[in-house]
Design a protein around this ligand. Structure first.
Ligand code: 13P
Length: 253
């Protein structure tokens, strides 16, 4: 894993009320007291940010959002902006999740614009890429992921990329219980690292973390995270249970 610090983020998706979120976050914080071997972020729904923010305040656990508009403000019903997220204590934002792309029509250009807004505000980002099952079967995984990476990051500087994490999440592995094998995941992670080297040079690329996401569980996390280019994970379902999430975080150490 070179000397990159592993990074595990919980994407709670559309789960938890503020009261449930507070309880879950408090459980994670308590279980990870004195644990510093891995960076950790919790990304609850927008309406739970305040509750989770209270729970993580003063700890090293980051408060993350699940999306963010690229503009600062404006007539964009249903959207929130980076300054708004920052004002409630968010320090990192997930962008381009496949569910946003699949169900809400987000495009590569949109992900790029959103990333611009996030970085302009000094927030960190976790940018998701990944192929569908059909694309994998057609043997175009690298074309698809390569295009997503280029489109998202085109025009940014190596210095800006210091606060960006990539999450490789094969769509066919999300919520299905079908995890990419460590070798399958490593192959794509190494490919992504190669693209980052081309775009930003070897030093910036070596420092960037690439998380794996898609049915990561306590029983498969260690093997996935021990691959040379896998620097932790973006966790969906298993991040909703304190014990499972904490076990996955500890597998990153
Ligand atoms: P699961 O861990 O539930 O497969 O979800 C992965 C994911 O989409 C995280 O962003």
């Amino acid at each position: 894993m070179a000397d990159r610090k592993p990074y595990v983020a919980g994407n709670w998706k559309m789960h938890t009320t503020p009261a449930e979120a507070a309880k879950l976050a408090q459980g994670v914080v308590k279980a990870l007291e004195c644990f510093a071997a891995c960076d950790v972020a919790l990304c609850p729904p927008y309406v739970c940010l305040a509750a989770v923010g209270d729970a993580v305040r003063g700890t090293s656990v980051k408060l993350g959002a699940q999306n963010c508009h690229g503009e600062i403000q404006g007539a964009f019903t249903g959207e929130v902006s980076a300054p708004m997220l920052k004002a409630v204590g968010v320090t990192t934002v997930i962008l381009g999740h496949s569910e946003r792309r699949q169900f809400f029509g987000e495009t590569d250009a949109g992900v790029h614009a959103r990333l611009k807004g996030v970085l302009a505000e000094g927030l960190e980002a976790i940018v998701c890429v990944g192929e569908t099952l059909e694309q994998r079967q057609q043997n175009i995984t690298k074309d698809v992921v390569g295009h997503q990476v280029r489109a998202a990051f085109n025009g940014f500087t190596a210095a800006q990329m210091a606060t960006v994490t990539v999450a490789y999440e094969p769509v066919w592995a999300i919520g299905t219980g079908l995890t990419a094998s460590p070798a399958q995941a490593q192959e794509v992670h190494a490919f992504i690292r190669g693209m980052l080297i081309q775009q930003f040079g070897p030093d910036a690329a070596a420092a960037m973390r690439i998380q794996y996401g898609g049915s990561v569980k306590p029983n498969n996390a260690k093997e996935l995270f021990s691959q040379p280019d896998i620097d932790g994970g973006l966790i969906g379902g298993a991040s909703l249970k304190v014990e499972d999430f904490v076990a996955i975080v500890k597998a990153g150490a």
